[in-house]
Design a protein around this ligand. Structure first.
Ligand SMILES: Cc1ncc(COP(=O)(O)O)c(C=O)c1O
Length: 331
């Protein structure tokens, strides 16, 4: 499959809807989710991808005839970088753990990325000798510095700024300044530190809560910081985090099913993980306005959901046809 992209997509990054999850709220504690699959390539990662590439373009680090963008990623950043690179006219190569879902790899190839598969963990790890996809991408970028440009979402401050100047501002405005708790999963830490820094500048009493999946997890895009060290981008501003929750695979998967049954939304794995934590948070406070992030939807995860018995095949297909608020995607 080859996917044809409209230039209009470039102007559609951000400004995603914030909705109340009524079945998980009560009169004193409300839970809201920001539906990040409304970004043009279907996830929260469109934001840092756009900001990192525009930053590199504005600094003159990219040349159309020579530059190849290269990045190690477990999926969403790859899709976002590929879509946006294509729209900006650059070639792209993605270094990806082979365990990432086949659906994700098919989308990446359809959008025109060349893939280099490695045999490491689901989510690239940080730390010497532990991560093959980061090591391979870094080695390739270092070997041909005139050709390759590696945005490096784990260190690039444009990733932080995408959320500090974008996601955080939207949450503050769309919650009409009522947000009391922001709870989200961590990958690079861009979302948590960017939104967290902005919200604490607006009101230092707002609590910022980080969610990590258990060790040996199956939650694409998130990481467990005991088995994989914290990226530099996160470390720079980890002081904004007030509290942590660790969520098991089972809790995440049960919550994915619950979100479909109660709210009619077919969400990605990390949304199950963060809502499982948001429910625990909600039951520990008397009053509050909790905002969380649904980073992507369930469209890329049929094989995982069937394998993990979250839905059987027929139930998944049925959920996909009935799910509410799915956005239009180019793939
Ligand atoms: C699928 C997915 N990817 C990435 C992220 C966050 O990533 P980062 O910490 O890199 O901003 C999240 C968290 O919300 C996520 O759910």
């Amino acid at each position: 499959m080859t996917i044809v992209l409209s230039q209009k997509l470039l102007s559609k990054v951000g400004n995603t809807p914030l909705i109340e999850l009524q079945s998980f709220s009560n009169s004193r504690v409300k839970i809201y989710a920001k539906l990040e699959w409304f970004n043009p390539f279907g996830s929260i990662k469109d934001r840092p991808a756009y900001w990192m590439l525009m930053d590199a373009k504005n600094k003159g680090l990219l040349t159309k005839d020579r530059s190849i963008i290269i990045e190690p990623t477990s999926g969403n950043t790859g899709i976002a970088l590929t879509g946006i690179s294509k729209l900006l006219g650059y070639k792209i190569e993605i270094v990806i753990p082979s365990k990432v879902s086949e659906e994700t790899k098919r989308i990446l190839r359809g959008l025109g990325a060349e893939l280099h598969e490695t045999t490491d963990d689901l989510c690239p790890r940080v730390g010497v000798g532990t991560d093959q996809s980061i090591s391979l991408a870094t080695a390739m970028a270092r070997a041909r510095p005139d050709t390759y440009y590696m945005p490096n979402q784990y260190e690039n401050d444009a990733n932080f700024r995408a959320h500090y100047e974008g996601t955080g501002v939207e949450i503050w405005n769309d919650s009409e300044n009522k947000v009391t708790h922001f709870i989200a999963g961590g990958g690079t830490g861009g979302t948590l530190t960017g939104v967290g820094t902005y919200l604490k500048e607006k009101d230092p009493n707002i609590k910022i809560i980080a969610v990590q999946p258990q060790k040996n997890h199956l939650i694409q895009g998130l990481r467990n910081y005991e088995e994989s060290s914290m990226p530099l981008l996160f470390k720079r501003r980890s002081h904004v985090i007030d509290d942590w929750y660790t969520i098991t695979n089972k809790e995440s998967f049960d919550t994915i099913r619950e979100i479909y049954e109660k709210e009619g939304l077919l969400v990605g794995p990390s949304s199950g993980c963060v809502l499982a934590a948001a429910k625990k948070l909600a039951s520990s406070i008397k009053e509050g306005h909790i905002v969380t992030i649904f980073a992507d939807d369930g469209r890329k995860f049929k094989s995982l959901y069937v394998e993990q018995n979250i839905f059987n095949e027929k139930e998944y297909d049925d959920a996909l046809s009935k799910a509410r608020l799915l956005s239009q995607l180019p793939f």
